[in-house]
Design a binder for this molecule. Structure first.
Ligand code: G6P
Length: 605
């Protein structure tokens, strides 16, 4: 999730206007920043890795004059954070500048075709855009048509703004699945990834839809369809948001925004080139021993991941809490061991410490992280980026589902290599994964109000227990962690089969039990567990598949979920639990984004 901004101005102030717009977009990405302006018929670019405040000190973007310009704040997906990989990207001769937010899925193939004739300077997927536009302009097209034809060639998601020194009065922008808004002000017209950058400049916005192209000139704005060039009419929308509303996309907190972002973040996660999964899967298949290590939410993704590895890939792996790893396992590591480290931040001290031991023992380090260029990516032999975009709420939400989606893909890739699962079943999971974003969209839409009312009803409960079986014992742990983090409510999480070994003694009516109970192979057993608790006076809240009458009858409250492959259920059943924790925090008047005593990234052991 990067931020892009572009402007066409009456005055020459492009440099400072873009810089201050990027400051307001920085929450969308902050590993690199760059600007391009057109002045005296030439395009000037300044860019570097680092936060805006740091880079501004050395590059001083405010000195960049011009009426036309672009800016970008980056959250790396393809290519580490570096000066070369920072946007804007130019064509071969520096006549065209481009900024991009999104993921170009077919960039490798496009780059291969372009490479013999073009000079590539970065490792990004985005750079193909400037070279494609260059080719079309060389063939005689204007910037608008060259950008439209380019948009038809690229697959994936994009919000792109482009300028050319051949057409000094306009900016061209295109959109598909990444946000883009056009602002119309007295002093200029603008395009931006979101409202936050537009706020001090104008309150008049034109919202771009997927598949549209905009041509912005100071006194004329037009929109056409990328598909056929047909003209599109738009009405001005008045922006009534404050800056903080705008950054949160209109949601009251980042946490709820990020919960709602999961369909998009999973879509982006699944866009990662299969090559990365192939590389890691090969390493894992060749290893004698596999460990999955992490802390917090990432550790819960490891637990679910190890179920997926054994059930789909028929391969043994062990999830281990990073802080315990060295003590228990350092003596048995060797070059035939593979470690998968999961970390949203890529900076968690306990995980890094564990990896130091791993490195000494010459085991392979594979990682899944949301921050390219983080310490953990630097430690790793191979890594996969989560592509979740920055997660600002302290409690991890969208990063959990992205990590788990990657682990599912990995398990499926290994299954193909090892021929460990019948093809039909493998395909069913793969199809399920692809439809997951739209399923989660529906889940959020359908359960949001119900979860809110359940949170209201149970807000004064003394504690909760989260119970699941099989892979959903990981969902139970993660549901409990969300509630702990956001509401500080002491709670338990158990594999449901274990309740009779102690837990059952704690049952009371003011300590509701939340059952994660899809209709899977464990269904009958979990029904027994529900009865055991109900008969001892526990209030039962259940997460069930639609129309599961048996469990509905036993439940005080229930949330119905769509039917899906049993192994994909943690990816969706976690969503109502995230919402539950969030609405409980709101009911209790706590700040869900910044729970007390907690840090987003724990950089001490
Ligand atoms: C902290 C955060 C959690 C996170 C955990 C692991 O405890 O508050 O949200 O799950 O660290 O972080 P990582 O960045 O390694 O995934």
């Amino acid at each position: 999730m990067c931020g892009i901004f572009g402007c066409v101005l009456r005055n020459e102030m492009a440099g400072p206007i873009i810089r201050s717009a990027l400051e307001r977009l920085e929450y969308r990405g902050y590993d690199s920043i760059g600007q391009a302006t057109l002045s005296s018929g030439k395009i000037f670019v300044k860019k570097d890795k680092g936060k805006i405040s740091e880079v501004q000190k050395t590059l001083n973007f405010d000195e960049m004059l011009g009426k036309l310009g672009l800016g970008h704040t980056r959250w790396a997906t393809h290519g580490m954070p570096s000066k070369e990989n920072a946007h804007p990207h130019l064509d071969c001769d520096g006549n065209i500048a481009v900024v991009h937010n999104g993921i170009i899925e077919n960039f490798m193939e496009l780059r291969k075709n372009l490479e013999p004739k073009h000079k590539f300077r970065s490792r990004t997927d985005s750079e193909v855009i400037s070279h494609l536009i260059e080719d079309y302009m060389e063939e005689g097209e204007n910037l608008e048509e060259a950008t439209r034809l380019t948009a038809k060639r690229i697959k994936g998601s994009f919000a792109v703004a482009a300028i050319s020194n051949q057409e000094h009065d306009k900016l061209v922008c295109i959109k598909k699945e990444s946000p883009l808004i056009v602002g119309v002000g007295e002093e200029g017209v603008y395009c931006s990834s979101d409202m936050s950058a537009l706020l001090p400049l104008t309150k008049n916005a034109l919202i771009m839809e997927d598949g549209e192209l905009g041509v912005l000139k100071i006194d004329e704005i037009k929109f056409i369809k990328i598909k056929n060039g047909e003209s599109v009419k738009k009405e001005i929308t008045k922006i009534e948001w404050t800056l903080s509303d705008a950054m949160k996309g209109g949601y009251p907190h980042f946490t709820i925004k990020e919960i709602n972002e999961q369909p998009t973040s999973i879509r982006n996660t699944l866009r990662i080139s299969p090559i990365y999964h192939e590389l890691i899967a090969s390493k894992l298949c060749d290893s004698e021993r596999i460990f999955l290590i992490a802390c917090g939410t990432s550790y819960h993704a490891c637990i679910a991941g190890s179920y997926l590895f054994s059930k789909i890939s028929k391969i043994d792996s062990r999830p281990v809490i990073a802080s315990e790893f060295k003590d228990q396992y350092s003596e048995i590591l060797n070059s035939k061991t593979a470690i998968i480290a999961l970390s949203q931040s890529g900076e968690t001290a306990d995980t890094i410490e564990a990896l130091k031991t791993v490195r000494e023992k010459k085991a392979s380090i594979l990682s899944i992280t949301n921050v390219m260029g983080s310490s953990i990516t630097r430690f790793s032999d191979i890594y996969i980026g989560q592509n979740s975009g920055p997660e600002i709420g302290v409690a991890a939400t969208k990063s959990f589902t992205s990590q788990l989606a990657i682990l599912t893909k990995l398990a499926l890739t290994m299954a193909t290599k090892r021929n460990s699962m019948d093809e039909e079943n493998r395909r069913e999971i793969d199809r399920g994964l692809k439809t997951l974003p739209s399923y989660i969209e529906k889940v959020i839409e359908r359960v949001d109000d119900k979860v809110k009312s359940i949170a209201k009803k149970y807000v004064d409960s003394e504690s909760f227990s989260f119970l699941g079986r099989g892979i959903n014992s990981a969902t139970a742990l993660e549901g409990r962690l969300k509630l702990l983090e956001l509401t500080y409510t002491p709670s338990l999480a158990y594999p449901a089969g274990e309740v009779k070994h102690g837990f059952i003694a704690t049952v009371e009516s003011n300590r509701p039990a939340i059952f994660i109970a899809p209709r899977d192979d464990n269904h009958n057993k979990i029904i027994n567990n529900i009865m055991e608790l109900k008969s001892r006076g526990a209030k039962i809240i259940s997460l069930i598949e639609k129309d599961d009458k048996k469990i509905i009858e036993m439940s005080d409250d229930y949330i119905e979920m769509p039917q899906m492959h049993a192994l994909l259920t943690p990816l969706t059943y976690i969503v109502p639990l995230q919402l539950f924790a969030y609405y409980m925090a709101v009911e209790k008047d706590l700040d869900p984004d910044k729970p007390r005593h907690l840090a987003k990234s724990v950089t001490v052991e």
